[in-house]
Design a protein around this ligand. Structure first.
Ligand code: AQP
Length: 351
């Protein structure tokens, strides 16, 4: 059975990249799948251990989930630290995964910088906790931005190694599930999770530099559109967005080698729910001075209602805490069912 899981860290204001790379997909998948969406607060400790506003940030991301249209009654919305089975499985995965696998992760290399010896062990083990988040529900599909692709590949490697290392016990206990690996039908305990990365923009780039991803940690606020920005701020940032001097091409192939144009056309197409070819059919041959106001108007139309709804929901923290508590209760039941089997497979005594 297909099950969707994804998480977002409570590390700052969500931006358009998070919305198009993650939230918009989360909302769409609710129609076709059972979904579990998580605010991964334990992950955020890997960046900065001491947060003055971790609880507030966690509520703000939850409000963004709900304001975007995620239904916490039909699906599950919760924060990671309330379901300790994530941390328990992550420990098991720390013993399955190899240090070399973690050392190769580009996110670790970027975030640890030059002084790797001084990076936290948590930052190195981040992908192991991410694999546990997904596999503690034996989720089959994970909607993410393109930046998370390498971590999803590692999740598959961890699942595969666990399945291989314990294949005899998994079969003897009857805990295996059948799955398709390429041409082959195999049995294993953890599914080999598929990332869902497709769409017109899989990586939204900075508005100031088409070669860098839009990011919460970019020091320039002009580089990103925050979900909480008002109409003025959105229009100003799009007006100031870096572009080249050429007119827009009439065909998608003409975007090649023009990262800023590619980014803005991709954003337009994802927000409007049309293909990039359709955007260029309308705007091909026109200057950015024509295209930017249309993009700003569209962004305001799509994002302003979310910002308004976020403000409304955020005014009631007790309601948000109730949603998280209820979601955590339902998530815990599922996660514990997996962990009971994992403990049996490994040979730990279940309490
Ligand atoms: N620029 C982006 N384009 C598309 N998708 C993106 N995501 C993040 N940035 C982009 C996706 O958003 C989801 C949540 O990501 P996260 O909570 O792990 O946050 P992050 O990736 O740490 O976000 P930032 O803004 O990039 O933070 P910093 O600055 O700390 O690195 C994920 O699905 C991610 O792919």
């Amino acid at each position: 059975k297909e099950l969707v899981f994804s998480g977002v860290q409570p590390t700052g204001n969500l931006h358009l990249g998070n919305y198009l790379g993650a939230l918009q997909k989360f909302v769409a998948l609710q129609e076709s799948h059972e979904c579990i969406y998580c605010v991964v607060d334990l992950h955020s400790l890997t960046a900065t251990l001491v947060h003055d506003d971790l609880a507030e940030q966690t509520r703000s991301i939850t409000a963004a989930f709900l304001a975007s249209g995620i239904d916490p009654k039909k699906h599950i919305v919760f924060n990671q630290s309330q379901v300790m089975q994530h941390a328990e499985l992550a420990w098991v995965f720390n013993c399955v995964a190899r240090i070399g696998w973690m050392n190769r992760m580009t996110q670790f290399k970027d975030k640890a910088g030059k002084d790797r010896e001084n990076a936290s062990l948590g930052l190195l083990a981040y992908p192991s906790l991410m694999a546990a988040d997904i596999l503690v529900y034996r989720a089959t599909h994970v909607p993410v931005g393109d930046d998370q692709k390498q971590h999803l590949e590692l999740t598959r490697d961890i699942a595969q190694k666990f399945n291989n290392d314990f294949s005899g016990r998994i079969a003897a206990l009857g805990h295996g599930i059948d799955m398709q690996v390429g041409e082959e039908k195999v049995s294993g305990f953890f599914p080999l999770t598929e990332p869902l990365i497709e769409g017109p923009v899989t990586r939204v780039m900075s508005l100031r530099d088409g070669s860098k991803k839009m990011s919460k940690s970019d020091p320039s606020d002009l580089s990103r559109i925050n979900l909480t920005d008002d109409a003025d701020a959105i229009s100003r940032k799009i007006k100031k967005a870096k572009t080249d001097p050429e007119a827009l091409p009439s065909e998608v192939a003409g975007l090649e080698g023009r990262p800023e144009a590619q980014n803005l056309v991709g954003i337009y197409s994802a927000l409007a729910g049309v293909t990039r070819a359709e955007v260029l059919a309308d705007f091909g041959g026109r200057q950015f001075s024509d295209f930017k106001p249309a993009l700003a108007e569209l962004a305001v139309e799509k994002l302003s209602p979310i910002a308004g709804e976020m403000r409304r929901i955020s005014a009631d923290p007790a309601y948000i805490d109730g949603v998280l508590r209820d979601g955590a209760g339902r998530a815990r039941e599922k996660a514990e069912a997996t962990m009971k089997m994992v403990r049996e497979i490994i040979g730990l005594i279940n309490g």
